[in-house]
Ligand binder design. Sequence first.
Ligand SMILES: [Zn+2]
Length: 262
Amino acid sequence: MPTAQELVQKWDLFLAKIETRFAETLQQAEDASVELLQDSDYDYNKTMQAFTGMKRQIEDLIQKIDLTWDEKVRPRMEDAFESTEWVNESIKGGNLSSVLWDKLREFEVVLEGKLSQMYYEHVITIVDKDFRCSQCNAQLEIVKNLFRSQYVTCSYCDTVNTFKPETKYTHIGWGIVDNIVNLKFLEEKKALHKDLDQLKELVQSKKATPQDWENYKTAYTNFWEMYFKERIKYNSELKDRFAEDMQRKTDELNEFKQQTTF
Ligand SMILES: [Zn+2]
């Protein structure tokens, strides 16, 4: 029968292998997704569907930690250890698993951001076509970062022309811009989450002061202001929604405050 020390060594080796395999699989998933987006002539949905399949494999890999622990490692360690010190080995596995889940979530934000950036840059070039007046054939200017039908008045003959973009282009209006901005402000968002966690701790221990709430509100408001302003750079139409977007965020924070303080 293997000794406790031998079992621990084997367990460490197993965890290290999972970690290596995890990193390799993420890299493969990224490479494959980038390639598929280009090969599919920028079919974003198809690419994300394929990624969902790859993601399932990565999730299985993380879940292997718990499964292996429960089925193979724990029963043997319980026999081999003289005390309950094997519990530390369970914590080790649990810690790695939680680190990998966090990394996977972050990886998704980064990958979707990268693919969306590629998609955006591609699509903005295909709209760069001749758009001419139906009446006098004069060349007309369309607003490039506006992802819907546009009505353009010809400056020569005053005819109102309708520009109808192709589906790929209108697709940018939803999702794509958010993904790009989410990636751009990934670190800032993490910092805001950290602030929130600290505030929640203070609330739980009943130590949160009005100043703590005020400080968080400032950080929160600054973040979302920066976020929504950045989105407008990619989609000019979002400018009309800025006030509404900010109000929604303020309401969310007020609701959260009410729920946590009463
Ligand atoms: Zn004209």
